[in-house]
Design a protein around this ligand. Structure first.
Ligand code: AMP
Ligand code: GLY
Length: 416
């Protein structure tokens, strides 16, 4: 079967790598892809927000399955368009994608089924929002309602910080909506669920590192590293999260006529064994899937295809009892201004337990150069998390890119 992956980051490279190993996969296409993906797949220039163009490409190239990587096409309804055109597609339709696109919508779904999450209120009026913040006090969490690439959230430890966050959101002009939340304490972890509208399958667990610098300091980023599994997500905590958070959410979406099909990424806060929902995303985490994919390999394609074809009830995953960890190398300055086009020298890696997944890279006159904020994901597996970490950092030390930086403490929470 020919496959099309939409996206061009580290997540999509990990997927292309995993899919290409599956004997059922013939040609793998990726739009737009990147320099690393080009080694596993055929990169194509295609507008990934245009369902009709994607369908035409699929017809011309005998594509039998489309995997949607990022959230933007999902929020635009691309998965609806592809399914309406008869194409087996992994990813929710526009209505179900609101679980990521609108924080206010997610709060409404949670309220309807008593899903444990931070108490919150949504405001469109700046004065009412300011009054609520002043009355509640800090710490408090201020979120812009809408897709903000992970940058719309301020965890304000003081009232002036909260006020500044409100001012910034309402400066966007009329129509701005803000969700103000109770500050939750605990440890964060991510639970990835595959759902086909009827059945669900736990795809894996991971922990991300959102801050740019060591010790969880510096600005928020898309994620600077991750590992899988997340030790805090014990079988008991996962069962509880499924029973109290995931299943009620999926049931509410069915009741609203918008069954969720795709990957539901539940960002959880766990305190004393009790999970609460921080947020949903409607796609795989990047860089979390880089670690999960290294552990699951080719079988990812089988479960995704089963999900897209409504056969998830038959799907199984075989887990090795191992660990994987990925370290992101980003361009100096990220998540702010940074250079592009810097040459990168990659080491020859012979060890199948190590993979370097590309994010922002491209070839310029045959040379690999940086082409984005997050650029490489140095990923390794091992019998223990410490072994996976050491292997990943040993490979990272061999990357020749003076303009790049990485955190040196990925995995610290689990490794102590
Ligand atoms: P979000 O985009 O909603 O995941 O928020 C980004 C990050 O902000 C989360 O990963 C948490 O670290 C933090 N955060 C969000 N909401 C809360 C909350 N209610 N309490 C504490 N931290 C939060
Ligand atoms: N790594 C966080 C995300 O994919 O949203």
């Amino acid at each position: 079967m020919n496959i099309l992956i939409l996206g061009g980051g580290g997540r999509e490279h990990a997927l292309a790598w995993a899919f290409a190993q599956n004997p059922k996969a013939d040609l793998v296409f990726c739009a737009p892809g990147n320099a690393g993906i080009a080694e596993q797949a055929t990169c194509v220039a295609l507008d990934i927000l245009d369902g009709d163009k994607i369908l035409a490409f699929c017809a011309e190239n005998a594509v039998g399955f489309v995997m949607v990587g990022p959230e933007a096409p999902l929020a635009e309804g691309v998965a609806d368009a592809l399914r309406a055109g008869g194409m087996p597609t992994l990813g929710p339709g526009r209505e179900a994608a609101r679980l990521e696109a609108s924080k206010a919508f997610t709060k409404e779904i949670c309220a309807a089924r008593d899903v444990p999450t931070a108490a919150s209120q949504t405001f469109t009026d700046p004065e009412a929002a300011a009054a609520y913040v002043a009355a509640t006090g800090a710490p408090i969490v201020v979120k812009a309602d809408g897709l903000a690439a992970g940058k719309g959230v301020t965890v304000a430890m003081t009232l002036p910080e909260a006020k500044a966050a409100l001012d910034a959101i309402f400066a966007e002009g009329p129509g701005a909506r803000v969700v103000i939340e109770e500050f939750m304490t605990g440890e964060e972890a991510s639970l990835f669920i595959l759902a086909d509208g009827e059945e669900l399958l736990v795809l894996g667990t991971a922990q991300d590192h959102k801050r740019a610098f060591d010790g969880d300091t510096g600005p928020n980023t898309g994620g600077m590293g991750a590992y899988s599994p997340a030790p805090i997500l014990t079988p008991e905590v996962i069962e509880r999260a499924l029973a109290e958070i995931v299943r009620p959410t999926l049931a509410e979406m069915v009741a609203r006529g918008a069954p969720f099909q795709g990957v539901l990424y539940a960002g959880l806060m766990i305190e004393d064994g009790r999970p609460r929902l921080v947020e949903y995303n409607v796609r795989l985490g990047d860089p979390e899937i880089q670690a999960i994919a290294l552990r699951l390999g080719a079988q990812l394609f089988d479960v995704f295809l089963a999900c897209a074809e409504g056969r998830l009830g038959e799907a199984r995953l075989n887990w090795a009892s191992d660990h994987a960890l990925t370290v992101v190398m980003a361009a100096r300055g990220y998540p702010g201004d940074h250079a592009r086009g810097e040459p990168i020298g990659l080491p020859e890696i012979e060890d199948p337990r190590v993979q370097i997944f590309h994010a922002g890279t491209r070839l310029a006159e045959g040379r690999l150069v940086s082409n984005g904020g997050r650029v490489l994901n140095v990923t390794a597996r091992g019998a223990t998390l410490a072994e996976a970490r050491d292997r990943a950092y040993a490979a990272l030390a061999r990357v020749d890119w003076p303009g790049g930086f990485a955190r040196s403490d990925i995995g610290w929470r689990a490794l102590g």
